[in-house]
Design a protein. Structure first.
Length: 532
């Protein structure tokens, strides 16, 4: 049986997917919630939110993600970072997943990845969970009803949380699998109900496709000045660094909070919504995001709640520290109607330094920007990935290594070229620890970070005085209105300057050791940064 809105020429049997039971095409949010409730997938929360738990997978499973090694992609994939799967293993996986699907009820959503019509990707998601359909409707761009009549998906994602892979038979690692086949234009996801795998699969696709068109694919948030889309800024950073919080500035227009492209006409959001962490969400510091947790249709994922009133507990991380809410972009009052902006004049690289060494902000030269972009230093925050329970210092190239199919230099060169062409200023911003490392120091005050960002984007910070950092060579402002001078010099915030120096030396060595992998592929001025 078929229900919903579908182009008859593009039903699933046209993809070779046959023998299913009921197929719901492009249901809207109320219908998806009704189906999810009938199927016992979750609970109706306050304000009409949908509350769900995802079982043993409460974060991404990066070690279970594979790229099918076919001749067409052999020379373009960063194989050191992307585990290969054989074509035969994928074919067996696909056949077994289709057999698993026989007679079942499935939910299909036809959506766009990318707000720029020139570069968008038409994607079809097929899932056995109704609430996954609700989630992906929030996170991607929703076609108008008239557009569905001619919708022809370029890529199809099939997500079966109830399927269990066989590592030996399917050439994978465990019962959980995420397999990308660029030749067949199919992604298979099995053995995990964590919804973030859906959106990150689309991000990975765009990260592979767009650089071939000269478009920079970025793991970043973006906003622009009110009334002036050409005064735009981008915020690179991994989960937990503050991309969502800092980009949702009520004095600016939000373009998006996680994934963007930078083309010849400017920046554009890949997504149609936000996937925000909710642990310790503060209604005063983050009122717009907090309000979405009581708004109809928002997906509340892995949050502890009162069993009777469904009141959410924002501090209880017994399920996971990676508790989240997913909502459409228009739930944020200052969100862009177009999800697009002009050429960015300000680039922010967010890092969560668990060592407590880096200053709260530093100005980078173009060569330093490429160095720190390729380094991608930060700390994995508890819960973002399976097994992470405390902040772990890490290097994630391009601030998004798990989602980068191509070699890092491809993205690094694109960034450098676009920065030079559009005279963008780059700042490194530490939202991690100050006054000591994790366990001793304290988290950087968000008010100080916001004051520094405001001064940087207004051009005020660039006009002040700077000192040269003795550890990394970048320029650090000496003062900023609204920020204590001592905070700008992290060595002064430590009880023991000698202990700070030892910690800084350790971090510098870590940077150098990590960057050695890139020196054969980069220009001399970037090498000079690495050797300074």
């Amino acid at each position: 049986m078929i229900t919903g809105r579908v182009n008859p020429a593009m039903t699933l049997d046209k993809h070779g997917i046959t023998g299913l039971g009921t197929i719901h095409y492009n249901l809207l949010e109320p219908a998806l919630i009704e189906e999810a409730l009938k199927r016992g997938e979750g609970h109706l929360g306050q304000g009409g939110t949908f509350l769900v738990t995802t079982g043993r997978h409460t974060g991404r499973s990066p070690k279970d993600k594979f790229v099918v090694r076919t001749p067409g992609v052999e020379d373009h994939i960063w194989w050191e970072n992307n585990a290969p799967m054989t074509p035969k293993g994928f074919d067996r996986l696909y056949a077994d997943m289709l057999a698993h699907m026989k007679g079942g009820t499935y939910f299909v959503q036809d959506l766009y990845g990318g707000a720029d019509p020139t570069h968008r990707l038409d994607v079809r998601l097929v899932t056995e969970l109704a609430w996954h359909g609700l989630f992906i409707r929030h996170l991607l761009h929703r076609p108008e009803v008239g557009e569905l009549a001619n919708f022809s998906p370029e890529y199809t994602i099939i997500n079966c949380p109830g399927f269990r892979a066989n590592p030996k038979h399917h050439n994978c690692r465990s019962e959980t699998v995420i397999a990308l086949n660029f030749e067949k234009k199919i992604i298979l996801i099995g053995g995990t109900a964590y919804a973030g795998e859906n959106k990150k699969s689309v991000f990975t696709l765009l990260n592979y496709i767009l650089p071939g068109k000269g478009v920079m694919a970025m793991h970043c948030a973006a906003n622009h000045a009110i009334g002036n889309p050409d005064d735009s800024a981008i915020f690179f950073g991994l989960s937990g660094t503050g991309k969502t919080t800092l980009s949702a500035d009520p004095t600016r227009v939000l373009i998006g909070d996680d994934e963007h492209g930078w083309s010849e006409t400017g920046i554009f959001n890949f997504e149609g919504g936000c996937y925000a962490k909710t642990i310790n969400l503060n209604p005063e510091a983050e009122p717009e995001i907090y309000a979405t947790t009581r708004t109809f249709g928002t997906v509340i994922e892995n949050m502890v709640h009162d069993p009777d009133s469904f009141e959410l507990n924002f501090t209880d991380d017994s399920l996971t520290a990676n508790m989240r809410c997913a909502y459409p972009l228009h739930y944020i009052s200052n969100a862009s109607d177009t999800a697009r902006g002009g050429q960015p004049g300000t680039i922010i690289m967010l890092t969560c330094d668990a060592f407590g060494v880096l200053p709260p902000i530093a100005r980078l030269t173009p060569a330093q920007a490429m160095y720190h972009f390729l380094s991608g230093f930060t700390s994995k925050i508890a819960g973002t990935e399976r097994g992470v329970t405390t902040p772990e210092p890490t290097f994630s190239t391009c601030f998004g290594a798990p989602f980068m199919p191509r070699r890092p230099e491809v993205y690094g060169r694109l960034l450098r070229e676009k920065m030079a062409r559009h005279a963008a200023t780059c700042w490194l911003v530490n939202t991690g620890w100050t006054g000591g490392a994790y366990g001793t120091g304290s988290r950087m005050p968000i008010r100080a970070t916001r004051a520094l960002l405001k001064a940087a984007m207004a051009g005020v910070l660039a006009g002040g005085s700077f000192r040269k950092d003795t550890n990394f060579g970048f320029e650090v402002p000496i003062r900023c209105d609204g920020v204590a001078d001592i905070l700008l010099d992290p060595r002064r915030t430590w009880d023991s300057p000698d202990a700070y120096d030892r910690q800084a030396a350790k971090l510098v060595r870590m940077f150098a050791d990590n960057f050695a992998q890139y020196t054969p592929f980069i220009d001399d001025d970037v090498k000079a940064v690495a050797l300074s």
